[in-house]
Design a protein around this ligand. Sequence first.
Ligand code: IMP
Length: 445
Amino acid sequence: MPGIAIVGTQWGDEGKGKITDLLAEDASAIVRFQGGNNAGHTIVRDGEVYKFHLIPSGILHEDKYCVIGNGVVIDPRVLLEEIDGLRRAGISTANLKISANAHLIMPYHVLLDTADELKLGKLSIGTTRRGIGPAYADKALRLGIRVQDLLDEKILRKKIMAALESKQQGLRELAVRRRKLKKDGETDDETVPDDRIDLHSITEDYLSYGHRLEPFITDTARLCWNELDSGRKVIFEGAQAALLDLDHGTYPFVTSSNPIAGAACIGAGVGPTDIQEVWGVVKAYATRVGSGPFPTELDDEVGAHMSEKGHEFGTTTGRPRRCGWLDLVALRYTVRLNGTSYLAMTKLDVLSGLETIKVAVRYRSREGAVLDEFPYHQSVLHSVTPEYEELPGFAGDITACRTPEDLPQEALDYIAFVSDFVGVPIRLVGVGPGHDENVWIQKQG
Ligand code: IMP
């Protein structure tokens, strides 16, 4: 049985959680390989809505390993809250496994992540303020604290001290700026955190998190090898998406990890030959949270239709998502980047009721040049105008459709157009948020 990667092909929020939940039915393990609690997965099961940030979507399958891989950055306080929430809901966490090599988000990472919003830096990325960037930066600087460090008080204290040393100046500047904003009444934002950093209390807090997390800590790479080598199916679940990839996305308006399929190897500890299938998840239109270029963004009633009907508000921050038409120039790029085998298209029902549906098929540069491919130069992308193909829309409630024959012809034509353009079959189409609200274009083999 294969390793399967499930990744986002746009700017995140494509509905990967639901697809993972579906494809995990015959898998033995579901592994998160990057990101942290900047992500948000919503799964609707038997009318219950579950929201996860760190725990892989597979947790609702109690017979499967649910793994947080080494490539994830973990805020242990948030993870323990999720574990407690699951226990309260009567969902077992017995099969949750956490990599000893995963890095931890520390309170000073969260503080430093607000520097951007407090206009201390030059650029406002519009991060989720969960400390993701600073945690990955410490990992690269070799100043990170890992899950395994929670199990050794002496090492933990020493490492926190070393990590804090280089941050004192930045934290002091942040505190001054924060006090000024508060004094000027420019913020009453509760998420602007306290600036006191106390080595002793952080160490004590993290040791107590360590005690609670210890039963879950595992050699997760070995767990993946055992499953794969025994012929069982392992799903590698990405968070965010290709256009937010640190190397291949719209840098610097990206996240600080690599959400593309290739990164599953690094973030889980498996080899490229362990992954036989890549599923790209694409929303039937496009959304983006935070700053950065978005050529097909709509600021009109169609964008409002998508936002309202699609409930386009961030699972993690509640921020309204920017909405726009599906961008096939970008999709063809990310489909190739991920080595995508199949696409799953989500939220097709949201487009119902629109007279026509547009898809961007090329860009025009400010100088008038036609661009068929996603431009490698960021400044070009910032100033392109998309050119559209206009397809007939469809109407009516499609949430009850379960086979291709149930769908309006115009919806089928839309699916076929997208699939032909990017050169990858669309195998699954979501027609509603529920677990069963899908149309298989071609049943899994
Ligand atoms: P960070 O990951 O919090 O550092 O944020 C960097 C950028 O990625 C911001 O534009 C965020 O809005 C965006 N981002 C991070 N996680 C997600 C996600 O799960 N969905 C959509 N956008 C995200």
